[in-house]
Structures are given as structure tokens and as C-alpha cells.
Design a protein around this ligand. Structure first.
Ligand SMILES: NC(=O)c1ccc[n+]([C@@H]2O[C@H](COP(=O)([O-])OP(=O)(O)OC[C@H]3O[C@@H](n4cnc5c(N)ncnc54)[C@H](O)[C@@H]3O)[C@@H](O)[C@H]2O)c1
Length: 442
């Protein structure tokens, strides 16, 4: 019988997705155990220390631990024993050829299979290529005598707003081919979709592809706008006006149409490469996605090229201030962050870089150490700099005191990588302003 009351859930992998999902399911009253192979991470979580920055997550985790609904372990067998739902939320990083590296998923599936104590649905929340569910099924079958289901339930949360996305999803995609798995997952997600039924039940392969399709479409919009922004600079048009003009068409919509320094993060770059690789495996070339990736690679260098052009290619002795290091606001994730590409470019040309970010400085320090200098305060960061480059549009950067900046900067030169400031106002105030796709002088 399918449960209609609190369920026992085990989450394998306690990163951005696993921790948010585990805390979210616990908050709805379920009994959740989160497992990870990373002992320090689990020890920290037991002490109430979050391994990632995600607004509101610490409170949700601490409350649910205190209520006895959420616990952490490195022992998969303890987590899986008696669970009706086991979520796989481990990483699927890119392999050398761009395809998704599934070693963590397969290892987790084997561990879960060995630990099953009765029927459970094993749910892939990680982003995996089409057909992975079939392979998981085969792996688990080999190591257990119990019946089980395998489902795909891709996660669509956005880092920086992950709790909101998880608790109030636009839709829940359930890909499964057996009735018991479908009914169990319907029951699990019912409290999250009370306002209206937003559950889309489909076959497993279609669900697996849906996640790649969604991320590919979003990334396509970004690269399309970046391509247009570059054209705007050659034609003397302003991408911000073009964006509003096209985005107000209901068929297009206003979201994901911002020009910028290219997309980064842990999902779009790797998922696009994996989608391209999936096509290649079956002899199909996804030409649009090839172009989306190529445009993005070019775009990530654009801000650095503008800085180099302004200083005529010579940055020796120049100090460049960077506001925003995370790949987007609201997160400390710096995987494939455009700011790191900019750092490489300007440091290679001889510049000294000083960076600031409300939450990502520790992560950057871990990755690149003293290759750059760090400043907690954004005005201190700008002090004595020959130029200021805005890379991540955190709220606190949106309306700075430009009077103060003018006195602090050695040269009043601004590179606005996110088009958050007004070029006319800044030029009138005596700044040299560069945006992304904002007319001939951009
Ligand atoms: N980060 C996002 O915004 C996001 C959104 C939607 C989907 N996804 C997908 O979800 C998956 C996880 O992404 P993430 O960003 O949460 O990854 P992450 O790297 O933050 O976390 C993965 C965790 O899995 C653990 N792990 C690896 N092997 C394990 C094993 N055998 N047993 C237990 N734990 C194990 C790691 O130690 C790590 O803590 C990826 O496939 C990703 O593409 C991510």
C-alpha cells in the first residue's frame, strides 16, 4: 500500500540539491536521513554548520534536526534501512569528453542496493543522461533480493533561491514506469503542490531528458542575448532597450534575457556539454547547443577584453577591483564563474586584482589563494583601483554611492558586466562607462 502519512526518506549526497531536498521533505513532516561520504561535511551538519550558503537553509536544517525529523550520517545502510524513498543526489560532473561522469551515481546505486531492507523507490534527483535509470536498475538488481522501483525526478531548483523553488515548485516531473513508484512519489510531493496539481508524470527517459532540455533552453536564451549584445555594440543599439522590446511579447516573456559576462555555475556548462555528448552517442549533432556553448566561451572573455582595450593592452601596474565573484547572486558557488576567467585574463596582462563578494570570498580563496587580494567592504575594494568591474549583481552593488566611488577610484572607469547601472548618468558624473551591448561606446 502506498503511504499517505509521513514517509521514511533517505537522501544520498548532501550537497546543494540533497541538503535542500532533505530539509524540505523533513519540514513537511517526513523522517529524513541525509547520507554523504564526506565525513567533515556530515560532522559539520551535526553541529548545525552549513557546508554551503543558501538563504534560509541553516534555519530549516536546525529546526528539523531539533524536531527529530532530520539526521545526518555517513553510513548508507543506516539511512536506507526501512526507507520507502531513496533519493540519489550525488554529483554528475563532466568527464574529459564532456559527457556526464556517472561514477558517483553508480557507486551510490550499488551502496543503496546492498542496503535495501524491503521495497523502496530509488529516485534519481541528480541530472543524468537518458538511459541512466535503466543502468541503475541493472546495478541494484545484481545486489539485492528485494523488489524496488527506479524513478527519475529531476530537480529544477535555482541556487540562491533554492528553498523557495523546492517548497513551491513550478512543476514536479516524475518519470517512472511502474504504478507503485508513481503513486509513492505522488504522495510524497502532494504537500508541495496543494494549490494546483503541478505533477507531470511521464516515462523515465522523457523525464531524464526534460532536465537537459530545460537547462539548454535557458542557456540558449542567455547566449542569444549575449550574441545580440555584441551586435548592438557594432550597430550603436542598446541591448537593454532591445531586451525590453522583445521580452514584452507574451510569446517570448521577460525572463532570462539579460546580456552579461556569460553563464557559469555547476549546471548550465556541464549540462549543455552532457546534452551534446548524449546526441553524439546516438549520432545526432545538436547544432544549436554547440553554438550556445561557443558563444558563451567567447562571452566569458568579453569583459576582460574591454578592460584590455581601454588600457591599450597593458595592465602592468594597474589595479583592477572586481565586485562579485560568485557565478550569480545569492550563492557562494564559484564553479565556472565568469569572474575567475576575468581574473586570469587581467592577471596575465600584468594587473593586480582585488575582489569582494558578500559570501563567495572563502570559496575563491580556497581555489586561487593569493592570486588576488580580498576586501570585505566594496568601497575598500575600489580604493586606489584603476578600474572597477562589476561581475555579479548582488543587491548591495546595485545602488552604490558613485560620489564616494569617484573619490576612491584612482581612475573613474567602470565596467558594468551586468548592465545594472545607468550609462548616461555615470558619464554625466564623469565616469568612463562600459556596459555589455550598450551602444557604440560600450
Ligand atoms: N546545484 C544545483 O543548483 C542543481 C540544481 C539541479 C540539479 N542539480 C544536479 O544535482 C546533482 C547534485 O548537484 P549538487 O550541486 O548538489 O552537487 P554537490 O557537489 O554540491 O553535492 C554532491 C554530494 O554528493 C556526495 N557524494 C558523492 N558520492 C557519494 C556517495 N557514493 N554516497 C554519498 N554521498 C556521495 C558528495 O560528497 C557531495 O557532498 C548534480 O547532478 C547536479 O547536476 C544541481
Amino acid at each position: 500500500m502506498v503511504a499517505f502519512s509521513a514517509m521514511k526518506i533517505c537522501v544520498i549526497g548532501t550537497g546543494y540539491v540533497g541538503l535542500v531536498a532533505g530539509a524540505g521533505f523533513a519540514d513537511m513532516g517526513n523522517d529524513v536521513v541525509c547520507c554523504d561520504i564526506d565525513q567533515p561535511k556530515i560532522d559539520g551538519l551535526k553541529r548545525g554548520e552549513m557546508p554551503i550558503y543558501e538563504p534560509g537553509l541553516d534555519k530549516l536544517v536546525v529546526n528539523n534536526v531539533a524536531e527529530g525529523r532530520l539526521s545526518f550520517t555517513t553510513n548508507v545502510a543506516d539511512g536506507v534501512a526501512g526507507a520507502e524513498v531513496v533519493l540519489l543526489a550525488v554529483g554528475t560532473p563532466p568527464g574529459p569528453d564532456g559527457s556526464a561522469d556517472l561514477k558517483y551515481i553508480f557507486k551510490a546505486a550499488e551502496d543503496v542496493g546492498q542496503a535495501l531492507t524491503g521495497w523502496a523507490v530509488i529516485v534519481t534527483k541528480s541530472t543524468v543522461p537518458v538511459g541512466t535509470g535503466d543502468k541503475i536498475e541493472a546495478i541494484v538488481k545484481k545486489v539485492t533480493k528485494h523488489e524496488f522501483g527506479v524513478a527519475s525526478n529531476p530537480e529544477f531548483l535555482k541556487e540562491g533561491d533554492a528553498l523557495n523553488d523546492f517548497m513551491k515548485p513550478d512543476r514536479v516531473v516524475i518519470g517512472a514506469d511502474d504504478k507503485r513508484s508513481i503513486e509513492t512519489l505522488r504522495s510524497l510531493y502532494a504537500p508541495f503542490t496543494r494549490t494546483s496539481d503541478r505533477m507531470l508524470v511521464m516515462d523515465r527517459r522523457s523525464a531524464e531528458l526534460t532536465k537537459y532540455a530545460a537547462n539548454s533552453m535557458l542557456a540558449t536564451r542567455i547566449s542569444f542575448m549575449n550574441d545580440l549584445a555584441n551586435l548592438c555594440e557594432l550597430l550603436g543599439a542598446d541591448i537593454e532597450l532591445v531586451r525590453k522590446g522583445m521580452g514584452s511579447d507574451n510569446r517570448i516573456g521577460p525572463k532570462f534575457l539579460f546580456a552579461g559576462p556569460g553563464f557559469g555555475g555547476s549546471c548550465f556548462p556541464k549540462d549543455l556539454r552532457a546534452a551534446i555528448s548524449t546526441g553524439r552517442d546516438v549520432g545526432y549533432r545538436l547544432e544549436i547547443l554547440d553554438a550556445v556553448v561557443a558563444v558563451n566561451e567567447r562571452q566569458k572573455k568579453k569583459l576582460g577584453e574591454k578592460i584590455l582595450a581601454h588600457f591599450k593592452g597593458d595592465l602592468k601596474g594597474k589595479r583592477i577591483a572586481i565586485w562579485g565573484l560568485a557565478f550569480k547572486p545569492g550563492t557562494d558557488d564559484i564553479r565556472e564563474a565568469p569572474a575567475l576567467v576575468l581574473v586570469d585574463q587581467v592577471v596575465a596582462a600584468g594587473a593586480t586584482v582585488v575582489g569582494t563578494d558578500p559570501v563567495a570570498m572563502e570559496a575563491v580563496r580556497k581555489q586561487i589563494g593569493d592570486r588576488i587580494q580580498y576586501e570585505e567592504n566594496n568601497y575598500e575594494c575600489a580604493k586606489g583601483a584603476d578600474a572597477l568591474a562589476l561581475v555579479t549583481e548582488w543587491h548591495e552593488f546595485r545602488r552604490p554611492s558613485f560620489e564616494r566611488l569617484k573619490t576612491l577610484l584612482k581612475q573613474p572607469v567602470i565596467f558594468d558586466g551586468r548592465n545594472i547601472w545607468n550609462p548616461a548618468e555615470l558619464r554625466a558624473a564623469g565616469f568612463t562607462y562600459y556596459g555589455m551591448g550598450r551602444g557604440k561606446s560600450a
